[in-house]
Design a protein around this ligand. Structure first.
Ligand code: CP
Ligand code: NVA
Length: 307
């Protein structure tokens, strides 16, 4: 019996395994529409969303369909989750019907409970991380810069305490790039997470220095899902940290800009930058589809069948 594998955090894959997933994803992206592999035919994938989603839901649902698998999307409303059925019961039942579970939730403890299911579980965002997004974004960076992310300088600007920033922080030592966390000191990741990134991270507390020499500048909303009540306070805390041309003046001339979306124009990023020549956000959104397909194929043991 083989042990099931999960993707709850980036470190759940070794670098070699992550590289395997990314190269599988490249193969799947290149497949002509009319000759798509049916590698996961007969399988069912549960996509359980306890928070709102557009990209994650659609990219997993379409990705499953393209692989011949059946996606089952479950929200809080309309399922027994909304009426308080324990996650561990949901997990056991889903595993009787489905071959993998993709889960978006709030607390990491809920994710870990779901991961007790005897099938692979994929973290599709928690309050503490968004590792699948970052894995997909590494694919986009390497595709767009046409070189490895290793040795590159990647800035995360704005709310450095948010789930996206924390997954970037986890990724830096694994993939060997330098992460610049640029934002107000009041909103930083937990100290032990910064310490774990060692020399792969530095912090900048002044917007003028945020993008200096960076190859990639990445940002995210100032108020994440669940923080809506703090939106006004947060807007004040992050004032001056908008990613715009002024901030990017000191970046590498070929620097690209990423945003996992949804974007709040005029807050964490301005319209001109989001729609401008440095922006790769639409490719970034598309690549969710390809990389998640690669990950599902890998987790379900079909990597060897991709040509
Ligand atoms: N980036 C991202 O995860 O988008 P959704 O919240 O729309 O899924
Ligand atoms: N930090 C954002 C990411 C959305 C994909 C949030 O959690 O709302």
């Amino acid at each position: 019996m083989t042990t099931k594998r999960d993707f709850l955090r980036l470190g759940d894959l070794s670098l070699a395994e992550a590289r395997q997933v990314l190269s599988l994803s490249e193969c799947l992206k290149r497949e002509p529409k009319g000759r798509r592999t049916q590698l996961l035919a007969g399988r069912a994938i549960a996509v359980v969303l306890e928070k709102a989603s557009t990209r994650t839901r659609v990219s997993f649902e379409v990705g499953c369909a393209q692989l011949g698998a059946h996606p089952v999307v479950l929200g809080v409303q309309g399922s027994q989750l909304g009426r308080g059925e324990p996650i561990r019961d949901t997990a056991r039942v889903l595993a009787r019907y489905c071959d993998a579970i993709v889960f978006r939730t709030s607390a990491t403890s809920r994710l870990l409970e779901m991961a007790e299911a005897p099938v692979p579980v994929v973290n599709a965002l928690t309050d503490d991380g968004h590792p699948i997004q970052v894995l997909c974004d590494i694919f986009t960076i390497e595709e767009q810069l046409t070189t490895s992310i290793a040795g590159k300088r990647v800035a995360f600007v704005g709310d450095c305490g948010c789930n996206m920033a924390r997954s970037w922080l986890e990724a830096a030592p694994i993939f060997g790039f330098h992460l610049v966390l640029a934002g107000p000191a009041s909103h930083a990741p937990p100290a032990h997470e910064i310490a774990a990134a060692g020399t792969h991270v530095s912090q900048v507390f002044d917007p003028e220095g945020a993008a200096v020499g960076c190859d990639v500048v990445n940002t995210d909303v100032w108020a994440s899902m669940g923080q809506e009540a703090e939106a006004a306070t947060r807007a004040r805390a992050f004032a001056g940290w908008t990613v715009d041309e002024e901030m990017l003046r000191v970046a590498d001339p070929h620097a690209i800009v990423l945003h996992c979306l949804p974007a709040h124009r005029g807050e964490e990023i301005d319209e001109a930058t989001l729609e401008g020549p440095r922006s790769r956000v639409w490719d970034q959104a598309e690549n969710r589809l390809h990389v998640q397909k690669g990950l599902l194929v890998w987790l379900l043991g079909k990597a060897g069948d991709v040509r």
